[in-house]
Design a protein around this ligand. Sequence first.
Ligand SMILES: C[S@@+](CC[C@H](N)C(=O)[O-])C[C@H]1O[C@@H](n2cnc3c(N)ncnc32)[C@H](O)[C@@H]1O
Length: 331
Amino acid sequence: MFNIENRRYIGSKADLSDWIMESIQKNCSGDIFADIFAGTAIVTKKAAQKYSKLIVNDFLYSNNIIYKAFFDINDWDKKKLEQYIEKWNKKDTNKLKENYFSVNFGGKFFNIDDAKKIGAIREDLQFSNLFNEKEKNILLASLIYSIDKIANTVGHYEAYFHVNSIPQQFIYQIINPSPIKNIEIYREDVASLVKKIKADIIYMDPPYNSRQYSRFYHVLENLVKWEKPKLEGVALKPPVENMSEYCRKNAPVVFKELIDNLQCKFIAVSYNNTYNSKSSSSKNKISLEQIEEILNLKGKTIIYEHNHKFFNSGKTNFNNHKEFLFITKVR
Ligand SMILES: C[S@@+](CC[C@H](N)C(=O)[O-])C[C@H]1O[C@@H](n2cnc3c(N)ncnc32)[C@H](O)[C@@H]1O
């Protein structure tokens, strides 16, 4: 069974969520906590132990399905889903036809027989009327977690390893939902979201560099949307969608606008210091000084620092990598 943390995701705060929550709790008060660039939603899950109302948002389709699958309180029949999953695990792949997923990703991101099964499950879920919405979300999120475990990649879908043969290893496994009683789940661009939500504490963890999440996780987005677009390039990417301004030159401008529009008592911002990185794609788009300056206009800001292992295309780089947490008490 997969818990929400059991996923590979760039910038995931899995190792830092205790430190983040402790720092926020020391400095902020209130009942409503919003995680507006939520990614894996590990921080939301942690915050749910401390706050009575949660708001979670990310503009990726795959993340949104994961939030609904893990956090929604609607009823679902565990036995029925386990039987469905077991049926697929027993299915002989020789009996399955080629499909959109296997034609595009088989022999590249996945073993060809695994890809046939993954595509067949997705197609079946699209048309099945055996399940309610919560159950479909759980089955889809389970498919995402199961394929993430075996993908022939470093953990994202910008590229795959060029190997002679990819072993057959797909096992469909169910997620372990962790329902949250009082939660609002959004899939919006943060710029429009913040105009309609109010919270006591808004936590934000924007992308730090030019790496676009919608491009890095395009296989998951494609699997969830299941519109079967024509794919391009070596990495078989779909047409461009959900490109983040926080990954572009304009990042300081949109960050300032966002901060100006927040309706909350406290703001907590995560960011890290890859500003001087040698690789241009991992350079920070906003400098730490710019963040501090923009936040100080909104209220008194304190800064916490934490040494942290840095994910850099599969390599771990300990060089002077620090994670920062800015906390602002809004005037
Ligand atoms: C650094 S990651 C967040 C990681 C997260 N805190 C975790 O622990 O997994 C940034 C997230 O922001 C999302 N994102 C980027 N630009 C966005 C935008 N304009 N609106 C909504 N979400 C956005 C990305 O999809 C990505 O999941």
